[in-house]
Design a protein. Structure first.
Length: 140
């Protein structure tokens, strides 16, 4: 079955650039739910071993890139790309560097604009040094 993805904007929306669409309408395809990823290795021990996270970048740009690379591996596994993501949630521990996070995001998503939510949280579960986690739904 063919898939179509429509970015839905309000009828009276101003003509300004945004990194997301307010709504996405998908016809056809198969949903793929992608677990949250951080800059940490996806495959790590449970209970957590802090030394497994020592090589993570420490800044939001580096952690966003590392998390998106982890997400890319999951997408590749199911035959999808960033343009197949229709919704994403971003959990960050500090919103003050949101512009840098969005710059890295734009490098990976290009013209794709998933419906996106960004939420500031106190701490992420993987490791206290993680500052961003991303989960997503793709349609392939």
């Amino acid at each position: 079955m063919n898939k179509t993805v429509e970015h839905i904007h309000w009828p009276d929306a101003p003509d300004i650039w945004m990194p997301y669409a307010p709504a996405i309408k998908v016809t056809g395809g198969t949903q793929v739910h992608l677990a949250g990823v951080t800059a940490a290795p996806v495959y790590h021990h449970h209970p957590h071993r802090p030394e497994e996270f020592d090589l993570m970048p420490t800044d939001i740009g580096g952690q966003t890139e590392a998390a998106l690379e982890n997400l890319k591996k999951a997408l590749n596994t199911v035959g999808a790309t960033f343009s197949d993501i229709v919704t994403a949630s971003r959990y960050v521990t500090d919103l003050s560097d949101q512009d840098l996070m969005n710059e890295v995001w734009a490098e990976y998503f290009g013209d794709a604009k998933p419906a996106t939510t960004t939420v500031q949280v106190v701490q992420l579960a993987t490791d206290p040094r993680c500052i961003i986690e991303i989960n997503a739904i793709a349609v392939v």
